[in-house]
Design a protein around this ligand. Structure first.
Ligand code: FMN
Length: 363
């Protein structure tokens, strides 16, 4: 294996370990500033609340989505297998991590294709960086999709991480055009996805204009790639890499809070996946009530997935119980009802949401 390929692959294992063992969450997603209006007379049966939904013409048993995390190193295969089994059992959607390592080195394909083996019926989303799409074109997107028989492909945007990573790609030119070309030429739906800094109103308009089928906002307030790369930089023996640690520390505060990003993106289109700092079923309920079609979680599912199938099942069960409780207490029998419930939004989150979007959310 060449040096570059080895770095791409070993970085995948670094990320899993760092995310599982270190503090990599920072910021404020904004969900803490939202409260539902309690319905003291909900007039519905908690036992018959319906979580089923549709996303890009697929029926899902619940709006919970397993956000892209891993694959690309032999040590990640079992984690992906567990996540895949959970997606199949619960009837929920799942994204795999960036497939770049396996596109560079096909011997790693099994660390991704295991997900489809374990989840023959699940809604699966392939994953490729915008930079890799620009540099390798549609052929890589096709290979990524066929590797897991994906139902859609997420093109991830991670320029904060690229800016801090010692081996990062610092040229973002041409990515929007590459996304537009993919949307025009490709039959599989294209989702644009941030990875922790959120998508603004202007970027959302560019993405819808390019023809994307959905946006995953990947907002600020959950896993921070500035924090992850800062830990990696600190652990490096290379003096130049070490200097990047303070860059990572300083940019932990960079990004659009998830709730604010959600309001901005929904102003110009849908469907939208809310993600970034969604930590409970109550957060999921809030994201859906704001207008998201699905709510994605990465870090909260990582530790249980590294532990066992049972631990992952328990975690997902609790998230669903919380979501159902929030629906019951707002008198929502379906996700469509939940979207109509009233909420209070306070504090900095409310201040950051533009007036037009405030009016739309409160309607
Ligand atoms: C260990 C780990 C690896 C990740 N790898 C990828 C990736 O390869 N591609 C991607 O689009 N997002 C990746 N992400 C980002 C997540 O999909 C998600 O956007 C982000 O972590 C915010 O969600 P969270 O706060 O629930 O973790 C990764 C997240 C984690 C925790």
């Amino acid at each position: 294996m060449g040096d570059k390929k080895r770095i791409t692959s070993s970085r995948k294992l670094d990320h899993l370990r760092i995310c599982a063992e270190k503090v990599v969450e920072c910021g404020d997603s904004g969900f803490g500033d939202i409260r539902f209006v309690h319905n003291a007379l909900p007039e519905c049966d908690m036992g018959t609340i319906d979580l089923t939904t549709r996303f890009l013409n697929h029926r899902l048993s619940s709006p919970l989505f397993i956000s892209a995390m891993t694959g690309g190193h032999p040590g990640t295969k079992e984690v992906n297998a567990r996540l895949g089994r959970a997606a199949e059992r619960f009837g929920i959607g799942m994204g795999v991590g960036s497939q770049r390592a396996a596109l560079e080195n096909p011997s790693l394909e099994g660390t991704f294709s295991i997900v489809r083996d374990e989840a023959p019926h699940a809604y699966l989303v392939a994953n490729l960086g915008a930079v890799q799409l620009r540099d390798h074109g549609i052929e890589w997107a096709e290979r990524a999709v066929s590797m897991i028989s994906a139902d859609a492909i997420a093109i991830h945007l991670n320029f904060l991480q690229e800016a801090i990573q010692p081996e990062g790609d610092h040229n973002a030119r041409g990515c929007l055009a590459a996304i537009g070309e993919l949307c025009r030429e490709f039959r599989t739906p294209v989702i644009v996805k941030e990875t922790g800094c959120g998508i603004s109103a202007a970027t959302a308009r560019q993405c819808w204009g390019a023809g994307v089928s959905a946006i995953d906002i990947g907002g600020w307030g959950g896993t921070s790639w500035a924090a992850v790369e800062s830990v990696r930089a600190d652990a490096s023996r290379n003096i130049h890499d070490k200097r990047l640690k303070s860059l990572g520390e300083d940019f932990k505060i960079w990004g659009i809070p998830t709730v604010v990003s959600l309001a901005e993106v929904l102003a110009s289109g849908s469907p939208v996946i809310a993600s970034g700092g969604i930590r409970t079923g109550l957060d999921v309920a809030k994201g859906l009530a704001l207008g998201a079609n699905l709510c994605g979680m990465a870090l909260p599912l990582l530790k249980p997935a590294m532990e066992s199938d049972e631990a992952l099942d328990r975690t997902i069960d609790v998230i669903h119980q919380e979501l159902v409780a929030a629906m019951f207490l707002t008198g929502s029998e379906t996700l469509a009802d939940l979207k109509k419930t009233r909420m209070y939004i306070t504090g900095r989150t409310w201040q950051m949401i533009e007036k037009d979007n405030q009016a739309r959310i409160m309607r």
